[in-house]
Design a protein around this ligand. Structure first.
Ligand SMILES: N[C@@H](CCC[C@H](N)C(=O)O)C(=O)O
Length: 272
């Protein structure tokens, strides 16, 4: 079966996006995993199906690279909106899209050349300083579950994000559903540097949108940054901007979303 797709990058978090508004594409877990596998497939952190919605401009169905449905993907949401904009998916409000993902409504707008601002859900379930694997782990759900760790006495660039991230992600006694794990350094009163191990990719990614939101909100909550607009420098070298009200609501995530290429994949019954 041949599938037309578009590859997008949201600050280095990369996605295969498929326009499935006619609902002709049905992919299994194994097929999505094969398409997302680097070297033998197209390669991506996740796959997004753009599907019809009764109530909004479209529905975003997001799958992690392991082929399983993911929780909210902030960079994926921004890429889905950039894809919709560049593909001519109609929107009820010019220049602004509404879509559903994981049963929630999201809104986003194109704010400049290859730049998308996404309005996020209010954060939930803050937990402070739980000791796990030798780290003081803060936790918040920003649409996806995130551990936030300040690596005060080490260098972020030298940190074993894969090893430490995986060990914490696999602590099912603390996180029965798993978690994404973020390591960060405060670099100024309004900026941080961030590296993220992602659940479902099971590796470090070059950026994570809901992780950037978790890191910015947690840092403001703990008094580690003083600005409610925080620049988050991610592994790709890009910068995401997280803005919020002082009570940590009305959160937006803004940053680059780019089309890398369009292609046709030959998908076998059991994968590529
Ligand atoms: N990269 C994403 C987060 C995607 C969801 C996550 N991997 C999960 O299911 O836990 C982002 O940009 O937010």
């Amino acid at each position: 079966m041949q599938i037309h797709f578009t590859k997008l990058s949201g600050a280095g978090n990369d996605f295969i996006v498929i326009d499935n508004r006619n609902q002709s594409v049905h992919l299994s877990t194994a097929q999505i995993n094969a398409m997302c596998t680097r070297r033998t497939g197209i390669g991506a952190d996740g796959l997004i199906l753009i599907e019809p919605s009764q109530r909004f401009d479209f529905s975003m169905n997001y799958y992690n690279a392991d082929g399983l449905p993911g929780s909210m993907c902030g960079n994926g949401g921004r890429c889905a909106v950039y894809f919709a904009h560049s593909t001519g998916v109609p929107s009820a409000d010019q220049g602004r899209y509404s879509f559903e993902a994981n049963g929630n409504r999201y809104e986003a707008e194109i704010t400049g050349h290859e730049t998308v601002r996404l309005h996020m859900l209010d954060p939930e379930d803050f937990r402070n300083a739980v000791a796990i694997e030798g780290f003081s782990c803060h936790y918040v759900n920003t649409g996806s579950p995130h551990v936030v760790i300040y690596i005060d006495n080490r260098k972020l660039e030298d940190l074993d994000v894969y090893g430490f991230g995986k060990a914490i992600r696999l602590r099912s006694d603390v996180f029965p559903e798993g978690t994404n794990v973020n390591f960060l350094e405060i670099t100024a009163p309004d900026s941080i540097s961030l590296r993220t191990f992602e659940r479902g990719v099971e590796d470090e990614t070059l950026a994570c949108g809901t992780g950037a939101v978790a890191a910015a909100l947690m840092s403001f909550r703990l008094g580690k940054v003083s600005s409610s607009t925080v620049k988050v420098n991610v592994r790709s070298g890009d910068t995401l901007e997280v803005a919020f009200s002082e009570d940590l609501n009305s959160v937006t995530l803004t940053g680059p979303a780019k089309i890398i290429y369009r292609g046709i994949a030959e998908v076998q019954n059991d994968g590529l």
